[in-house]
Write a protein that binds this ligand. Sequence first.
Ligand code: AMP
Length: 187
Amino acid sequence: MNLILFGPPAAGKGTQAKRLVESRKMVQLSTGDMLRAAIASGSELGKRVEGVMQRGELVTDEIVIALIEERLPEAEAAGGAIFDGFPRTLAQAKALDEMLAKRGSRIDLVLRLKVDDEQLLNRVAGRFAESGRPDDNPESFKVRLSAYNDQTAPLLPYYQDQEKLVELDGMGSIEDVAAGIDQALKA
Ligand code: AMP
């Protein structure tokens, strides 16, 4: 099964993806984690994306599509992928559908975690000190939130038309959201 965890930055996608990795042995494919690893390794790619990420803007479709394509065989071998933070644009969503179709596979479900902006801003203000993520600073976070609203939220009708979209309340505790996800997966 291939699953997309969809939602704004700080909605809890990474936390819930890690839980699903534990419980269902799926592979988490987080483009944000891959890009941070590239920066940490000092690679050419890392140097190219560092400034863009720090400002909270999106890196190019070409870069993230290539990162995902590289990891698809591994996810397939494990029995499924949890896409976390990808796709973020319509071009990425279409490329993902094509890459999976070529492998005889597809996205089964898109789980949208709904959290209002005020709670997102509170969460990230709280985590900035501990996360050590330069893009959790208030200015960059605002840019990330607008990138979500302008470029990523328009994917919702795309998945709704494919009848894959399930909306979940992401405002509760980690356990409450996890329970909602488990229920959606059972259904
Ligand atoms: P995340 O950890 O998912 O919040 O991603 C952190 C940052 O990495 C984003 O603010 C973007 O700069 C970049 N990034 C991650 N995934 C993507 C993507 N699918 N498309 C474009 N940029 C991305």
